[in-house]
Ligand binder design. Structure first.
Ligand code: PMT
Length: 401
């Protein structure tokens, strides 16, 4: 998979630099072309010569040391790479990249490349847990960088914890995965996914909502994107980061979600309604805070528009996939919704059980479809389930084998 691929390894200064030498050796044995650049502090741990011998290429340490007068080295290397790996990545290099600092060969090249960049941190466990490092990693994830999480174990500093550079064998297998030809059955298709709860305002400080975390819907959006779809995620208020490559449209109320989805509907091929949409909203959204009074009170509620039902009524070529969260008669209600809302599939969650549905990392569902189609899924992480659900549906619809 990786023969003749160009891999640029950026090495920053930590004791794990010796593992980076082994990584270069394994990548080149697998047939990859590997070029190495080092920060000044990395050269204190291992000499550039070690990397030069392993990679059979010059090693780059100085932005101003131009080895070929025909090109500018950091731009040339940035363009050359099919994949860039920063390993080991110190807290310092992570902080510089998160803040756009380009003051040496490695950081200037990292800003200049448009290739995929993986960052493999290695540091003391307390450094890895430091709020500044956490903040910088979060920012880089938002910017589209991918992290190879450090492993746990005995660290060079004597502590036991998370901070060891991932083993070279594991990094090589990730590189192989990366270059494996991709299975993209949804390429050329547009998928709209709704996720999370809605908020229905009572007054400026109060609202009605539910326990949806958005995890299931975000997993569906990530799966659609990985399978090649142009993916739009219409999300109610949640605390999770949208998957890289997915277009996020943030909404608050059921009405805003309806309008956002309708705007995307005509051009879409598949709509997944994983959101837990409020069925009712307060009839009046008070402009001022409701004041406490003696005795009980009540709030008059009115129905929201059923988005899935509306999409089912207006369906042209779209495939409609709904979810159903039920506490009893789960399959009976799910099958009823399939017909009533003119959906193609309903994914039923039995939310009476605490290990599935709202807020959990895993889910256990049954999918029902037309012509009495029914399939149960054992408990699995929502990300994995989302891919399995798409694969089942796409196979049944003749979109993939
Ligand atoms: O977000 P998580 O914490 O990961 O939890 C996941 C989940 C339990 C929220 C999700 O998997 C799920 O089951 N979502 C649907 C919950 C729900 O509202 O089910 P429902 O039976 O009330 O609605 C059935 C379908 O109609 C759903 O696709 C819903 O999006 C849609 N609907 C409902 C009401 C409404 N006004 N408009 C709608 O489109």
């Amino acid at each position: 998979m990786i023969a003749n691929k160009n891999i640029l390894l950026c090495v920053s200064g930590g004791i794990a630099v010796y593992k980076a030498v082994a990584l270069v050796s394994k990548l080149t044995q697998a047939g990859a072309h590997v070029k190495v650049m080092m920060t000044e502090s990395a050269t204190r741990f291992v000499t550039p010569l070690s990397f030069q011998v392993m990679s059979k290429h010059d090693v780059y340490t100085d932005t101003f040391d131009e080895k070929d007068s025909g090109v500018i080295a950091h731009i040339d290397l940035a363009d050359w790479a099919d994949l860039v790996i920063v390993a080991p990545a110190t807290a310092n290099i992570i902080g510089k990249l998160a803040n756009g600092i380009a003051d040496d060969m490695v950081t200037t090249t990292l800003l200049a490349t448009t290739s995929k960049v993986w960052i493999a941190p290695a540091m003391n466990v307390h450094m890895y847990d430091h709020p500044a490092v956490i903040r910088n990693i979060e920012r880089l994830v938002k910017d589209g960088y991918e992290f190879i999480e450090p492993a746990e174990g005995i660290l060079a500093c004597g502590y036991v914890g998370k901070g060891r550079l991932e083993e070279p064998e594991k990094i090589v297998s990730l590189v192989e995965q990366f270059f494996k030809p991709k299975f993209l059955p949804l390429k050329g298709k547009k998928v709209v996914v709704s996720a999370g709860p809605t908020r229905e305002r009572i007054d400026p400080v109060r609202y009605l909502t539910n326990f949806s975390s958005g995890k299931m819907g975000y997993a569906m959006a990530a799966a659609a994107q990985k399978l090649g779809a142009e993916t739009i995620l219409v999300s109610g208020p949640v605390d999770i980061t949208p998957p890289v490559g997915v277009k996020l449209i943030s909404v608050e109320s059921a009405e805003e979600m309806l309008q956002a989805i309708l705007r995307e509907y005509d051009g879409s091929d598949i709509v997944v309604k994983a959101a837990a949409v409020a069925d009712y909203r307060p009839k009046t959204n008070l402009p001022q805070k409701m004041k406490k009074q003696a005795g009980d009170t009540s709030i008059e509620l009115e129905r929201t528009t059923d988005i899935l039902l509306t999409l089912g009524e207006r369906k042209q070529h779209q495939l409609l996939i709904g979810f159903a969260a039920e506490t009893n008669n789960v399959l009976e209600y799910a099958k009823g919704k399939l017909i009533k809302k003119n959906a193609d599939y309903i994914i039923a969650n039995d939310v009476s059980k605490l290990d599935r549905g709202f807020g959990t990392d895993s889910n256990t569902v049954t999918i029902v479809g037309k012509e009495d189609f029914q399939k149960n899924y054992a408990s699995m992480p929502k990300e994995q389930l989302a891919t399995e659900l798409f694969l089942t549906i796409l196979k049944r619809e003749g979109i993939s084998q």
